[in-house]
Design a binder for this molecule. Sequence first.
Ligand code: SF4
Ligand code: SF4
Length: 303
Amino acid sequence: TTTPEMDEKLIERISKHPCYSEEAHHHYARMHVAVAPACNIQCNYCNRKYDCANESRPGVVSELLTPEEAAHKVLVIAGKIPQMTVLGVAGPGDPLANPEKTFRTFELIADKAPDIKLCLSTNGLMLTEHIDRIKQLNIDHVTITLNTIDPEIGAQIYSWVHYKRKRYRGVEGAKILLEKQLEGLQALKEADILCKVNSVMIPGINDQHLVEVNKAIRERGAFLHNIMPLISAPEHGTHFGLTGQRGPTGKELKEVQDNCSGNMKMMRHCRQCRADAVGLLGEDRSQEFTKDKFMEMAPEYNL
Ligand code: SF4
Ligand code: SF4
């Protein structure tokens, strides 16, 4: 839904992005390519065997591609699904912990399929370091996963943060991450790049605090807030520090979303898609375009 104060230019910018516009998500599709395996932090709810739990569906293992394979895949899919408007790099680790792979992928797509909008998801630790490259490549949508603005709470969510060749633990690590996330958000605002903030709701840890998070990100110009439930299921394996942690009920999630919604746009149509998702939100066509299949479909796109 759009609000009256949104100007036409902004509506145009989000109108083909299924995650940023609720209307668009019925008509336009997005795809993810999994090119970024490494991560620079350790979230306590993340099991590294699976896709980054900050943007993706937990418990899913995406097929890792090189930037060239990813570009090949994008060209094949763009030819087959005309509603495909957005390409996102969202994992399986943190895209900005793999800057060469991530930006090489974006460069190839910008060059070969310039109509496709570029979207990036990150934990935010390295955002300010790469903001110039993000601007240069015309990446118009960035998601930061920001679960707290309080380092004490952060210490319960993140077990370590690897920054500038050093590993920081506890409150010290959380403090660095949280500062960098807010600086990153500000840098996006200054660059006029639309920013969505994801927050993973963890009962007993940050649930009561998310209204404050909402206020902080709104003040810094975030466009959309997506509060997502922690999904913890035994089949996802042991989570590092949050073993036995439950996720919120639907009612608890809605309550927090409602408490924030007086303040800004909330995303309520998120489907927590996989790092190699293809299709409309809520629809998963990733298995139609696995590596062996897309390689065969259009060998002429092989880079
Ligand atoms: Fe896992 Fe967190 Fe890194 Fe995502 S940002 S891959 S959830 S540790
Ligand atoms: Fe971008 Fe996230 Fe939507 Fe993927 S799911 S297109 S990374 S906002």
